[in-house]
Write a protein of this length. Structure first.
Lengths: 127, 574
């Protein structure tokens, strides 16, 4: 067992699960989507991105790309949330929640690709 | 070739993750710890404000406590945050600097930049491997001729010299082993614009490796190799190297030419010298008894030449020369009067001082001159720095290795037409050479003329116009030597050779009519060359040099001229 592989897999799966946890629930109901979970998802996603730096294989490149997409979408979700609450003064209205959750849904798709890549890579190694 | 960005990113992984974690912990702590707002009500900081606060605190900007003054618990946590973030940043910045200062990283960056600069070259260039004294002289001349080049040199300090050499073009240079084929590829040996490769490093094996790589990667490429020994020279030639330069053979051949036919030799030297230099003087080595001091490869080459011309030779050398009969050599250093006398300096006509050490050479010359002042002196100068010493000694001939080498290289790089011409002149008489030399002297006022080739083929738009599109009046050789500003004056250019259908005509007369496909070798001033270029590229000028009349260019004036010609036919004819 390789510790590096464990850490790598751990962060990718954790990014996916946190993202999923935030995403599930009614799309426009604020109390079903926890702000801490979004925060954790962003942090774990960023760490996963950095872990993927420097791998110059084709699979590594796609890994990095999916992570960057997920980061972008999650940070956009956080930005929409913050902007609506503090700048526009809309609060966590159903409309705002819908866009935040749907953005995180996009990130979830990217994370899903990441996890699929990870599994595919592992299976193709056959060790 | 490593991608620099990925190299940095890979090594920045640990510090970046540390930073992300520190930020996450700080923000999380601020959000979780309860605070109190202005009215004493319990309050929890939101993520936005927490991130805002950590961002300016971590970067030591410090805007104060927002949105409300902090409680004691919050302040305690902030203290932790401040130290954590400072450590995080110090770690990240420290790692960045250590990467930037890393030798191998800098090399990777330099290689990447070198490769991209070579890739972007859009003009013909030469790849020069080795940047010693020879290469310096050669680069200077190539630069004067607006030729571009790329330098590959093993020693880093010499690469810095390229940067500060003040060339017209930005010269890509890299410190690396030229024997590495991969590096040669990066340096542009497979670049479509690469016209030739010169292997002139001080290392024999490296030169051989370069010529082999050139042969394998681009067989049609012009390659020049420098060889010190015959074995390596033969090896290079077997790999299709176009020109193998053995400095000592070159010196020997030059010396023999001078002995055999001084005027032809001077003509040869003039035409293969760098344009703009003062004309080489006439060297007339006398025949008779010669003394050679120092019997290395140089001495061997000179002795061979002297033997061929029937001179008697005595050799002075420290080493025991088993190949020579004992009456032909004296075992000594050759700097003292006794050994020079033993070698028969009193009855000698000339001395060749060719030690590896300049000091020995100078002292041998001084001693020999004290005994016999009218000696003909040939001196070998090893280091270019010692040029001043040799100048004040005024030997009749000074041989500098780097100069010989760079002349030989240049002769190869310039056109094969010139090389053919130089071959042809050897079969001509001394009187012929002397006459041509006098003409060249008049041409460029004691400076070495430029030589260039005009090819009247489909690639030359002027040739297509003047020979095919409008063949009347007939284009003659003298038209190419006519001043485009005043047709009664001649350009300072001299046609040396005309090649037509594989036949070389030496010194073609000016009235020679030109035919499509002709190749003409000219010598003259660079201004004449420029003027000729302009004539050959502008159709009205081609008409002007042929007819002596300014033709109207625009549609209106052409009509006007036609109309006037119709009205006053006689006047216009006059």
């Amino acid at each position: 067992m390789n510790l590096e592989k464990v850490i790598f897999g751990f962060f990718i799966v954790l990014a996916f699960t946190l993202n999923f946890g935030f995403f599930v629930g009614e799309i426009d109901v604020p109390h079903q989507h926890d702000v801490f979970e979004l925060f954790a998802a962003i942090v774990v996603n960023l760490i996963a991105t950095v872990l993927k730096f420097g791998d110059r294989t084709q699979v590594g490149a796609v890994h990095l790309a999916t992570s960057l997409v997920a980061d972008l979408q999650l940070i956009a979700a956080a930005f929409v949330w913050g902007y609506s609450v503090y700048v526009a003064g809309l609060g966590t209205s159903p409309g705002v929640m819908s866009s935040v959750v749907s953005l995180s849904g996009g990130a979830l798709a990217a994370n899903l690709v990441s996890v699929v890549l990870l599994i595919g890579e592992t299976l193709s190694l056959r060790r | 070739m490593p991608n620099v960005v990925f190299l940095v990113l890979r090594r920045m992984r640990a510090p970046l993750i540390t930073l992300i974690l520190i930020y996450a912990i700080s923000v999380f702590g601020l959000v979780v710890i309860p605070g109190v707002d202005n009215h004493g009500q319990p309050y929890r900081m939101d993520f936005f404000h927490a991130f805002y606060f950590v961002s300016y605190t971590a970067t030591t900007i410090g805007f104060g406590e927002v949105p409300f003054a902090f409680t004691y618990t919050q302040r305690m946590w902030v203290v932790v945050c401040i130290y954590l973030s400072v450590i995080g940043w110090a770690y990240a910045i420290g790692t960045t600097f250590s990467i930037l200062q890393d030798k191998s990283f800098q090399q990777a960056v330099q290689l990447a930049r070198f490769a991209s600069r070579v890739r972007r070259i859009s003009e013909p260039f030469f790849l020069i491997c080795g940047y010693g004294q020879t290469a310096r002289l050669l680069c200077k001349v190539l630069d004067d001729q607006r030729m571009r080049f790329v330098v590959l040199e093993l020693r880093e300090d010499r690469v810095h010299d390229v940067t500060f050499a003040d060339y017209r073009f930005d010269v890509p240079a890299y410190a690396g082993d030229a024997a590495n084929p991969q590096l040669l590829t990066v340096a542009g040996i497979t670049h479509p614009r690469c016209h030739g490769v010169l292997a002139i490093t001080g290392n024999e094996e490296a030169n051989l490796a370069v010529t082999i790589s050139a042969h394998v990667l681009r067989p049609e490429l012009l390659s020049v190799g420098r060889a010190k020994t015959r074995a390596v020279a033969e090896n290079m030639a077997s790999f299709g190297t176009n020109r193998v330069i053995n400095m000592f053979d070159a010196v020997g051949a030059q010396f023999r030419r001078a002995l055999h036919a001084p005027h032809t030799s001077r003509l040869w030297d003039t035409l293969s010298d760098f344009p703009g230099e003062p004309l080489p003087p006439l060297v007339k080595p006398p025949r008779g008894h010669w003394v050679i001091v120092g019997f290395g490869r140089f001495g061997h080459a000179v002795k061979e030449a002297l033997d061929c011309e029937g001179a008697t030779v005595m050799v002075i050398d420290l080493e025991d020369q088993t190949e020579l009969p004992p009456e032909q050599y004296v075992q000594a250093l050759g700097v003292d009067a006794a050994s020079l006398r033993a070698a028969g300096i009193e009855r000698a006509v000339g001395i060749v001082a060719c030690h590896d050490h300049d000091a020995h050479n100078l002292s041998a010359i001084a001693t020999a001159r004290a005994i016999k002042p009218e000696l003909f002196v040939v001196a070998r100068q090893n280091l270019s720095n010692n040029g001043i010493l040799f100048e004040s000694f005024k030997p009749d001939v000074t041989v500098v290795r780097s100069e010989v080498m760079s002349h030989e290289c240049l002769r190869t790089l310039t056109t094969p037409t010139l090389a053919r011409f130089l071959g042809q002149i050897q079969s001509r008489s001394e009187v012929w050479s002397q006459a041509l030399m006098r003409e060249i002297e008049g041409l460029c006022e004691v400076h070495v003329p430029a030589t260039w080739v005009v090819t009247l083929t489909a690639k030359n738009a002027g040739a297509v116009y003047a020979l095919l599109a409008r063949p009347q009046p007939r284009l003659e050789l003298r038209h190419l030597m006519t001043n485009p500003q005043d047709h009664t004056r001649r350009l300072r250019a001299l046609p040396l050779m005309l090649n037509r259908a594989g036949r070389d005509i030496l010194l073609p007369p000016p009235e020679t009519p030109l035919a499509f496909g002709d190749v003409i070798l000219f010598a003259g001033t660079s201004r004449a060359r420029g003027a000729q270029d302009i004539v050959l590229s502008q159709y009205p000028l081609l008409d002007y040099v042929r007819t002596g009349r300014d033709q109207p260019n625009s549609w209106l004036f052409r009509r006007l001229a036609a109309w006037r010609a119709a009205r006053h036919p006689v006047e216009d004819e006059g």
